[in-house]
Write a protein that binds this ligand. Structure first.
Ligand code: DGJ
Length: 765
């Protein structure tokens, strides 16, 4: 809902009110962003600058309080006395251009007509507030969107003058919030994405962002500002994100007056955009939300927004197939026979989609050649893609394919034919390479047309139901083309996948190097990280869950020891972590012992049974025992809870499992998922339970280990919803005093999944 009263504007949805007004001198004053209030309350939130602060530059020399610097604002210009960070920086004729934008008018729009290529939130109402700087001859339109669980903002700048203006910085939004906060950001790097960092917000600015040309694995564009006392279920939390996949920027800084200025947009580093007379520049949308119900409340609102208003509607609520991907199993070294053998295993264990990763085209037997040449390598695949797809179809598997269309190998037909198609440094300096590849210049229409044609022709040449769109290196030659590159990328994605909505697009960039709301507009899921180690993934998926729903996470079970960490995580835990995402398997299935294949078959069957809940249930992070994490998803008639431990310590205490959101009056039964406990996990300890002393490294034990499993942590509890909310007692962990068939006999990195359903009459679940 959007309410206007005189010069007061009130945006409201179920969780929040956002109030601002056009104040004296025409500046937009930020009044309030928090739990719903009435428009009548607006005045109550206005600050009273009294006799003003010293050292202020004044709009009225007789009024010490008439300073731009001390008002909570919705937007600030530059060089006119607000010395806090400005969201705009312009130049005209090579000189800095000062700006002060004053209110001109506002209107509700039927539709927010955005730049055709920029991702846009779907639905909602839009308010356009127009400001002008008559001296600088500029018009600034601030567009506010109101959606059921979030709000959006973006800015459009128009040059009304006769001379070009250079935009050096134009943020999507800026606001001066009231309150004290802790900043929660998600930073890292390759195979170490989304590490949760907490920083107190003070007068020392905190700056988040990326300058790589993509949203990057260094700092996710999404962040939170939370009441320092907020918990998962209480306290005020604001979440911010950006519908953009290029270099981004956000800053958070508290003023002396106690207001926190937060802004977010395209990174100003190396940014320059020439705005010719009569032209307009549009920023991407920033999306934000506020909850009084702690981090989980905020997460739920952001998840709902992403599912209902951002991802391609075709994929909202639509089951994602359990996939097998050959990358970690084979890398580049495969042929059709090997793929078909893997496919046979994959089908037997229950996979539904076979994804052929890198290496199927040109002469790509390593990462040193062929990017750009998407013609099938007939030595590896004599029957071509359609031949392979047909064989997979006969086995009952759908077919998915990997591409890296933005890049080119210097050793490729494409590069030899069009060496000028790569991004080149404006000063003539050679671009630097990484992984033996360069980036194509997506700002050129002929390059975009080429990519659209190559990928579309391939997609139309075989029944391909899934695409993994990879992008593995940045270019140092992007320079001022960085924004145009991203617009080019969006144009390409829109042209390829717009007409093919039924193709499931999973984007990837060396894992999570472009995990953002811009990509989610086109691809409903993203490969979170090249780190497939379940324990690392636990942290990565946990961090991402603050802002993104679990159906956005490509989550695969890979081999142990893990290729990124050398960790031996038990197979059940590898499955239990991947369950909270779009499940896949990425390992050489031919190398697994029967007992592991049986465990995987059981994992997939369990996941398929509860797939809708795992993928689209309401996800929350629950109170957890020390050193553990607990995730919960709640679907139509069931709740699933995952409990994950990291390191084992001797004599572990009793543990309690909390299940939230059940009806306190009803009775529920909780049952653990039966899972594999390897015989070999006990090594030489087996002599205590076996009638004969066997060599733990001998044939009998290794044969038993490959074929048989022991019982682990199988537990059933029936109790009221109130009892589950208060916490029910779990079976004991391994206590160092012997095997307990009813206990959780796990060491480091043990985990369990519990299914909670309403008790059926007759006591059955
Ligand atoms: C990087 C991706 O993240 C991997 O999953 C894999 O697809 C490789 N690229 C292939 O080169």
């Amino acid at each position: 809902m959007i309410e206007r009263r005189d010069r007061i504007f009130h945006l409201q949805n179920d969780s929040a009110s956002y109030l601002f007004r056009a104040a004296e001198h025409g500046f937009l004053e930020h009044l309030y962003f928090g739990p719903p209030v009435s428009t009548d309350d607006a005045e109550a939130f206005a600050v009273h600058p009294g006799t003003g602060w010293g050292c202020s530059v004044l709009y009225n020399d007789a009024d010490n309080a008439a300073s731009y610097d001390i008002l909570p604002l919705e937007w600030s210009g530059s060089g006119r006395g607000d010395y806090r960070e400005s969201p705009v920086e312009l130049r005209r004729g090579g000189q800095p251009l000062s700006t002060e934008f004053r209110f001109c008018g506002a209107e509700e729009l039927e539709r927010d007509e955005m730049h055709a290529s920029l991702p846009k939130s779907r639905g909602g109402q839009t308010l356009a507030v127009t400001l002008e700087d008559t001296h600088a001859k500029l018009r600034l339109t601030l567009l506010y969107g109101v959606l059921p669980t979030a709000m959006t903002r973006r800015a459009v700048l128009e040059n009304l003058g006769e001379e070009p203006v250079e935009i050096r910085r134009l943020m999507s939004q800026m606001m001066d919030l009231s309150g004290s906060f802790t900043l929660h950001s998600f930073t890292g790097g390759w195979i170490a994405e989304a590490r949760h960092t907490r920083t107190p917000v003070t007068q020392t600015a905190s700056v988040l962002g990326s300058t790589t040309g993509s949203s990057s694995n260094r700092c996710n564009p999404g962040f939170l500002l939370a009441d320092p006392e907020a918990t998962e279920d209480s306290g005020r939390v604001y979440g911010f994100n950006l519908l953009y996949s290029g270099s981004h920027y956000a800053s958070v800084q508290k003023s002396l007056q106690g207001r926190t200025r937060v802004m977010q947009g395209i990174s100003p580093v190396n940014f320059a955009w020439k705005l010719e007379p009569g032209d307009r520049f549009e920023t991407p949308q920033s999306v934000f939300s506020c909850s009084e119900k702690g981090f989980n409340g905020l997460s739920e609102q952001m998840h709902t927004y992403i599912l209902n208003c951002l991802i391609p509607p075709y994929w909202n609520g639509r089951s994602r197939p359990v996939l097998f991907n050959n990358w970690e199993g084979t890398m580049f070294s495969f042929n059709e026979q090997k793929l078909l053998r893997l496919a046979r295993h994959a089908r037997r264990i229950g996979c539904e989609l076979f994804v052929l990763d890198d290496g199927w085209f040109g002469a790509r037997n390593s990462d040193s050649s062929s990017l750009g040449d998407y013609s099938v390598n007939r030595k590896k695949l004599p029957g071509g893609l359609s031949g392979l797809a047909e064989k997979l179809r006969r086995q009952g598997l759908q077919f998915g394919l990997w591409f890296e269309p933005e890049s080119v190998s210097p050793d490729s037909e494409l590069y030899r034919a069009h060496p000028d198609w790569v991004l080149s440094d404006a000063s003539g300096r050679e671009d630097l390479m990484g992984r033996h590849q360069l980036l194509l210049d997506l700002t050129r229409p002929e390059v975009r047309d080429y990519i659209v044609k190559q990928v579309s022709d391939t997609l139309d040449s075989a029944p391909i139901s899934y695409v993994k769109w990879d992008m593995n290196r940045h270019s140092c030659a992007l320079g001022e083309k960085q924004h145009a590159y991203i617009l080019g990328l969006y144009d390409i994605l829109g042209r390829i996948f717009g007409p093919r909505p039924q193709i499931l697009l999973e984007s990837c960039s060396s894992g999570g190097n472009r995990f953002d709301c811009g990509m989610l507009y086109f691809s409903p899921q993203i490969w979170c990280s090249d780190d497939s180690d379940a324990i690392e993934r636990l942290q990565i998926q946990n961090s991402l869950s603050y802002l993104y729903p679990q159906s956005c996470f490509g989550a695969h079970v890979s081999a142990a020891p893990n290729a990124q960490t050398l960790r031996h995580t038990p197979l059940p835990t590898r499955g239990n972590v991947s369950f909270f995402g779009c499940l896949g398997y990425e390992l050489d299935l031919e190398l697994l012992p029967p007992v592991e294949l049986a465990e995987i078959r059981a994992q997939i069957a369990y996941y398929q049974l509860h797939r809708q809940t795992f993928q689209f249930g309401r996800m929350r992070r629950n109170k957890a025992p020390d050193g553990a994490l607990v995730w919960q998803v709640t679907g139509k008639d069931e709740t699933l809870v995952g409990l994950y431990h990291e390191l084992m310590h001797a004599a572990p205490p009793y543990e309690t499992l909390f299940v939230a959101g059940l009806d306190p009056q009803k009775r529920y039964t909780m049952a653990s998922r039966p899972q594999l406990l390897r015989v070999g996990a006990f090594g030489g300890l087996l002599r205590y339970v076996l009638p004969v002393a066997l060599n733990p490294n001998g044939l009998v034990i290794s044969t038993a280990d490959a074929h048989y499993k022991m019982k682990d942590g199988e537990q059933t509890v029936t109790a009221s919803g109130a009892a589950f909310a208060a916490g029910v007692a779990l079976s004991a962990r391994y206590l160092g005093t012997g095997y307990d068939a009813n206990g959780r006999m796990q060491s480091d990195f043990g985990s369990n999944i519990y299914l909670v359903c309403e008790e059926k009459t007759g006591g059955e679940t």
